[in-house]
Design a protein around this ligand. Sequence first.
Ligand code: S3P
Length: 450
Amino acid sequence: MEFRVKRAPRIEAEMTVPGDKSISHRAAIIAALSNGVCVLRGFLPSDDCMKTVQALRVLGIKIEHPEPDMLVVHGKKRLLTAPSAEIDCGNSATTMRLLAGLLAGQSFDSRLVGGATLSARPMGRVIVPLRKMGANIVAEGPNETAPVKIHGVKLKGGRHDLPIASAQVKSALLLAGLFAKGKTTVHEPAVSRNHTELMLNYFLVRTVREEDDSTSIFGDQVPESRDFLIPGDISSAAFWLVAAGAQPGGHLLVRRTGLNDTRTALLGVLIRMGAQVREAIEDVDQIEPRGTVEVTGAPLKGTVIQGKEIPQLIDELPILAVAGALASGTTIIRHAQELRVKETDRIAAIAHNLRAMGAQVVELDDGLEIHGRAELRGARVASFGDHRIAMAFAVAGMFADGETIVQDVECVRESYPGFEKALDEFVSSKRARLTTPVISSLTPSKAAEE
Ligand code: S3P
């Protein structure tokens, strides 16, 4: 399957996006450990999240799926049963890494296998700290890659000082900590998304934010069953927010999206680049902030994206690189070496595709230097089997002369079912035009005030 994209007309739209991928994984896992029935609404039924659901079913958890975005999870009070087969994580690293933590402390053995892109991704980062807790876990592939074989043992707590900021590793250790003796503490070099901590607290599991910003969890707690409403995925909204932001006069409202501040660094970058961005948190009842983002487009200018900002927009870097190509001046992305071990080497993939579309790009070890305001020209580009590369270059096609063909886009289903439909509507301008003016209750974002 491929996307064929032409230059888009002016954006004037209002939309919602499907549920947050990271939160969907965590809600399903923690609900499965709880002491009763949990109804999860807003669940993302993407390939990745369904791998987590399937895995939990293999571990003996009954999960009903009455509507595409609704799960009914029958928690079994931390009681998981030995899987009768190996657990297929597809291409979902979140599934594999979080489950590695969850399964290390069970009283049974398990084996996690993955598809082609996942089988090339590093698992040592989760295996090494789990071994410190006493885990008996090995990566069977070359260079610490999947399959991951786990011999369940009783774990012991302890402190972990992570060398990289990774929410997947942090979450794996917190889940392992739930089944470990004593206290498990995780310290990361920069703040990564905190959905696991929030979700545990929502299910009344006690975690402690220590003075040095590390997070601790105590073993032997049972999550209290609760219902949860998962907000829209800001990482999916990002594609359209950048599209509207890069189009002078473009205007977009994304409603009911997650606005957790460990995920919204993208908005600050768009503001730095010259777009007008406002966010309004409308609901925090269920711990994860949810609300509206409004973007008004402008001629963008280049910026520098680096340091502690990186973990908070790591998934948005492909689309921000496209924004850089559309901006005047130079955009520099640094300290983003993690991009090299995502679904593909995203630094190489972005450089390859942007060059194919006529942009001038320098590939750095840990990022990119993009010389912007190129007249992008339509080209045939590759997804490299990576959903976010596919979607970022579909948006690039909305700004290019001629036709852009993005090849092998099936991978988009991993995080954003419905992307193609939204793309069609933006490109063909079928979307209903907004009749309401800018919402007056919107408050300027923190970044805008600084
Ligand atoms: C995720 C964490 C990030 C992110 C990924 C989802 C999560 O990965 O890139 O898409 O749900 O915890 P890392 O933990 O490898 O940084």
